[in-house]
Write a protein that binds this ligand. Structure first.
Ligand SMILES: *Cc1c(COP(=O)(O)O)cnc(C)c1O
Length: 453
């Protein structure tokens, strides 16, 4: 495989050539001197920028096995650049008809991936905003009831409930980090809850809530279900393979709204979340009357179904191009997720066999959690922190990990026998979201074992 720059250089050349020929159709004009720059000054500033950007972790490299971070696919960069040269605004059709159409197409592809037929949806600048939109619509439908989400759901749900002025209810989780159904049911019985947020892939452990069982509770209680699949959503492409239980994924189609982040597992640059609604009629909750936009079409514009105003049309172009080449199928984008998933499963096995590392929890998707074999929680905490710090600090053979804090009861629930001399400990957490991690795994494992001492 060629490197990112080897791939991107000819693609960007083509993008620039295509742009030039389009621009030439509009005839000559004089560029203004105020925008002129001296090549030598730009070169120096670019070098200074590169220097400043050195202060980053190498998210692209399999040595980086920490947070949910990786660069976009080069083809997404090419797609983004092609549209950015025009800079359409997907708020309204007159801001960019071409990218607004692409946005509808990619949103329809995302909807199909989850099993939605009819739908309403749009891209957003992030998963947080996409979740906010889903909760906003939920509040309009159940204005006097609260929202339930598990204690392991994304922290922004409780914040967004405060923002929209509805009560948030944190539901406990079971021994594997899934929403506790008995606790949820007693909350539903109380009549306080109008919407349940289930998470398909928690941010910390990558755990999938029992979506199907929450769906089943609707035969007894009246509530909406929102699926937060910001991180995990694209795993629905490979559910039922690679040891991923398909049942919760198949139930997502019966839920009222879904959030997925193409800027996490969809190979996109930041600024690309998505919200989908099963009932297109929820568009009525967005209706507003702006005096200065929407003058080219009678259709429902993207700006009429989103809380945000300006959004980069380039984001839609990047996703459109990416999905054209790596479609939403098991043998398209799914193959990227499957490799990370296999790496996570195999690493868990290696850790399980190691006498210096202990698994915290078996990975359900591609997040591996583990800690150094120590007798007490305080020693586990100190050891995890030290391994992360020493791994990052090693100039010759660095490895980049992240940590996750777990309470003493969570260790107990997982049958981990460490002495609870403190109320919790950090464990190490690695999101293996790059397919290259599969090939690199033995080196990664050996390096992490050596850090464990
Ligand atoms: C990342 C994440 C979010 C927040 O999405 P952003 O795009 O970072 O705003 C919400 N929910 C889950 C489950 C996530 O993993």
């Amino acid at each position: 495989m060629p490197t990112t720059s080897e791939q991107l250089r000819p693609w960007l050349d083509r993008v620039l050539a295509n742009h030039e020929s389009w621009a030439a159709e509009f005839g000559e004009f004089t560029r203004h001197d105020s925008l002129a720059l001296k090549d030598s000054e730009v070169a120096a500033a670019l070098d200074e920028l590169a220097d400043r950007l050195r202060d980053n972790y190498p998210f692209f490299h399999p040595r980086y096995a920490g947070q949910m971070l990786k660069p976009p696919h080069p083809v997404a960069i090419a797609g983004y650049a092609a549209a950015m040269l025009i800079n359409p605004n997907n708020h309204a059709l007159d801001g960019g008809p071409a990218t607004a159409k692409m946005e509808r197409e990619v949103v329809a592809q995302l909807a199909t991936m989850f099993g939605y037929g009819d739908h309403l949806g749009h891209l957003t600048s992030s998963g947080t905003i996409a979740n906010l939109e889903a909760l906003y619509v939920a509040r309009e439908i159940h204005p006097d009831s609260g929202v339930a989400y598990s204690v392991d759901s994304h922290y922004t749900h409780s914040r967004m409930c405060k923002l929209i002025g509805v009560a948030g209810h944190a539901v406990p989780v079971d021994a594997t980090g899934k929403m506790d159904l008995d606790a949820l049911e007693s909350l539903l019985r109380s009549g306080k809850v109008g919407t349940v947020v289930v998470t398909a892939g928690t941010t910390g452990l990558g755990v999938v809530d029992p979506v199907h069982e929450v769906v089943a509770l609707r035969s007894r209680y009246d509530f909406r279900i929102h699926v937060d699949a910001a991180y995990g959503g694209f795993f629905s492409l490979i559910a039922g393979t690679e040891g991923i239980d398909p049942v919760p994924w198949q139930a997502i189609r019966h839920c009222d709204s879904i959030v997925v982040d193409p800027h996490k597992h969809g190979l996109q640059p930041y600024g690309c979340g998505a919200v989908l609604f099963a009932d297109p009629a929820v568009g009525r909750f967005y209706v507003h009357d702006s005096p200065y936009t929407y003058f080219t079409s009678d259709e429902l514009h993207l700006g009429e179904i989103s809380l945000e105003c300006s959004r980069a049309g380039a984001g839609a172009a990047a996703l459109w191009l990416t999905l054209k080449l790596l479609p939403l199928r098991a043998d398209g984008l799914g193959a990227v997720l499957a490799a990370g998933r296999r790496a996570a499963v195999r690493w868990h096995e290696l850790i399980d066999q190691s006498d210096r590392l202990v698994p915290y929890q078996r990975p359900e998707l591609d997040i591996v959690t583990y800690f150094p074999a120590e007798p007490t929680l305080s020693a586990i905490d100190a050891g995890s922190e030290r391994m992360m710090r020493e791994g990052m600090g090693d100039r010759d053979d660095p490895v980049f990990l992240s940590t996750l804090r777990a309470g003493a009861e969570a260790f107990g629930a997982r049958g981990i026998a460490a002495v609870a001399d403190v109320d919790g400990a950090r464990v190490l957490r690695s999101v293996l979201m790059k397919p290259e991690s599969e090939d690199y795994l033995d080196r990664l494992h050996d390096r992490v074992v050596s850090l464990a001492g």
